[in-house]
Design a protein around this ligand. Structure first.
Ligand code: SF4
Length: 393
């Protein structure tokens, strides 16, 4: 049986954060309910293709999945359980915005088998939170975090952001210091990216952003303070206690198979990538057109089905593209890429394909090799995007 990960997209938020370009928006209860029904139909219909797969992780993301009544989350997961073979120890994560859960909701999540919760904090500074349009302040986050711990969540992630408008190195240091005292198992710390057409992008001249030097200092502080608190960096922007790395995200970086359900959700299975429609109406048509059963599960019939159901960006990756992804996704992990695995996957050595680029980066101190592992050095991490680009053939 092949391992499979499932992503379930819940595209609803109480209000849009000013930096956000994800597929999410406020919606009425009726819209939410009819979306959940559609989602359940999609899960059922898609499952026919994965009867020889074992689900090792499920990620309910968004948007804000915790905005939905807990029972609806239960129904979605029940649908998954009845259609897929889910491993007993599967990692099941729900993304949560502070203030959108109470004790009862959280207890229900545990009953449904959810064993990991990811809470979007971003900053402990209330002014910074208000400036980026978050729906909560730090006190609300604290209540949510404590409730989650109180009901028994033993695997909690906190999302943080650096480079926010009006953020100083000192305030970022305070955020890190406060967060580590709470003892989360996992922290994701990303830098703000100004996405075009978001209010923050459009009005950027009204804000003061940290300078490049301050940004770098925040970046260094993240590693210093989180490492000192016993969280180790296992990916460029992700830190965890040993054994608490996010299994679901590792599947993306290691090019495992995953299927996305819901509006605009992406999938990659057996080196075929595709995306669900992003408009509610075309998504409904897509689910309607999905076959209830398939005579043949051959690649050509599968691709044909993707096209007929209106999936977007359908791409059968060439071997070259697979090699590129293997390198630039795998190098995000601090452990590096497994050169033996490269050879067994592609039947050729990494040197045969990338000898020059690897030799150059090793001599420049941006990459290092230890046994079968090739990884970024600390200097290489600083310029990782530049390094990744050189692995495009
Ligand atoms: S909560 Fe997340 S998905 Fe929703 S608007 Fe804010 S950043 Fe976007």
């Amino acid at each position: 049986m092949r391992d499979l990960s499932l992503y379930i997209h819940i595209p609803f938020c109480r209000q849009k954060c000013l930096y956000c370009d994800f597929l999410s928006a406020p919606a009425s209860d009726d819209e939410k309910k009819s979306y959940v029904n559609l989602l359940r139909r999609e899960i059922k219909k898609q499952s026919i293709f994965y009867q020889n797969h074992r689900v090792i992780s499920i990620f309910l993301g968004g948007g804000t999945p915790t905005l939905l009544p807990a029972e609806w989350i239960g129904e979605i997961l029940k649908q998954v359980q009845s259609c897929f073979s889910v491993a007993e120890d599967a990692e099941i994560t729900i993304e949560c915005n502070p203030g959108t859960v109470n004790k009862e909701k959280l207890e229900n999540y545990i009953t449904y088998g959810i064993n990991r919760i990811s809470i979007g904090l971003q900053s402990t500074d209330d002014e910074e939170l208000a400036r980026i349009g978050r729906i909560h302040d730090y006190a609300v986050f604290l209540t949510t975090y404590r409730l989650a711990r109180g009901v028994g969540f033993q695997n909690i992630n906190i999302d943080l952001m650096a480079g926010l408008p009006g953020q100083s190195v000192d305030s970022y240091r305070k955020t890190l210091a406060c967060v580590v005292t709470m003892g989360p198992e996992h922290i994701s710390a990303y830098s703000l990216i100004l996405e075009e057409e978001t209010p923050l992008y459009v009005n950027q001249s009204c804000y003061t952003f940290p300078t490049e030097e301050e940004d770098r200092e925040m970046y260094r502080l993240t590693e210093k303070l989180l490492t000192a608190a016993g969280l180790y960096r296992y990916e460029i922007s992700n830190y965890a206690r040993k054994g608490r790395e996010c299994r679901h995200n590792k599947v993306y970086w290691q090019r495992g198979d995953y299927v996305g359900f819901g509006l605009g959700a992406s999938s990659m299975v057996a080196d075929i990538r595709w995306k669900n429609p992003e408009q509610r109406e075309s998504y409904a048509v897509c689910v309607e057109r999905m076959p209830g059963k398939m005579e043949s599960l051959q690649k050509s019939s599968f691709l044909d089905m993707l096209r007929k159901t209106g999936r977007l960006e359908i791409q059968e990756l060439t071997e070259t593209e697979q090699m590129e992804e293997f390198m630039f996704l795998g190098l995000r992990l601090m452990k590096g890429v497994d050169l033996e695995s490269f050879r067994s996957t592609f039947g050729t050595s990494v040197e045969a394909v990338y000898a020059q680029v690897i030799a150059r980066f090793i001599s420049q101190g941006l990459l290092e090799q230890e046994g079968k592992w090739l990884r970024l050095t600390p200097r290489g991490i600083d310029v990782s995007n530049f390094v990744f680009a050189e692995f495009l053939l």
